[in-house]
Design a protein around this ligand. Structure first.
Ligand SMILES: *Cc1c(COP(=O)(O)O)cnc(C)c1O
Length: 224
């Protein structure tokens, strides 16, 4: 019998294996976590190899950059899902609804209104995550924790579908308590999906219940 030559894991295989391992440790099904490959700043040539390896879910943080990159990639490959993970200006709501399959940065009533109108006009409801400013950081996007229930109510009124909560914890401190807090806020509000965990902390996020992890540099290398 011949044994297949061993080769090093690709970055994508490595991340997938680590997500599966973290899920196993936490007693969660391995397929409970969606890996979103964050391709912001990286050109189509860097994205194509991941698509060739079977990755289909990608994230961008700028509407204009995504408009420039993704229509051609989508034409060439079936089944691509595109998530918006960056701050969204209300005047870009129509463009975002046209291009993205999920929006992770719903964080204020004016954006609920703009997205509601854009979805009405497009005849398409795009699932959203409410971004929570989990570390109460002044400079950071996201809804204040105390305002989450009111924002969820506004979204229901405007028929903007909210499937989960999202956070980016403060840099340079242990992320786990912030992930646990986001999970508690979600549970308190009857919400089941959690978009949390990036290259440096996705395993702990998975152990604390992440359903979506957003991994960029660990897949693509450092951004220039
Ligand atoms: C860039 C970005 C990521 C990915 O960050 P990495 O540290 O490169 O994995 C995840 N979420 C958001 C909101 C981002 O802007």
């Amino acid at each position: 019998m011949t044994t297949p030559a061993t080769r090093p894991l690709t970055a994508l295989e490595d991340i997938r294996a680590r997500i599966a391992q973290a899920a196993r440790i936490a007693g969660r099904p391995e397929d409970a976590v969606e890996l979103i490959a964050i391709s912001k700043t990286h050109p189509a040539e860097a994205i194509a190899p991941l698509i060739a390896q079977g990755q289909r879910v990608f994230g961008e943080n700028r509407v204009q950059e995504a408009q420039a990159k993704w229509p051609a990639l989508r034409e060439a490959h079936e089944g691509i899902a595109l998530h918006l993970v960056g701050q969204l200006q209300s005047n870009k709501a129509e463009d975002a609804v046209a291009l993205f399959d999920c929006i992770h940065s719903l964080d204020r009533p004016s954006l609920v209104d703009a997205l509601g109108k854009a979805m009405d006009k497009a005849g398409r409801r795009v699932p959203c995550f409410v971004q929570v400013n989990i570390g109460a950081e002044e400079q950071k996007g996201g809804c204040a924790i105390a305002d989450v229930p009111a924002l969820l109510a506004a979204a229901r009124t405007a028929d903007v579908p909210v499937s989960g909560l999202m956070c980016v914890p403060p840099a340079d401190i242990e992320a786990a308590p912030f992930f646990a807090l986001l999970a508690k806020i979600a549970a308190d509000n009857g919400i089941s999906q959690l978009s949390m965990g990036m290259s440096s902390d996705f395993e702990v996020a998975v152990m604390l219940g992440a359903t979506h992890v957003r991994v960029g540099s660990a897949l693509f290398g450092a951004r220039g």
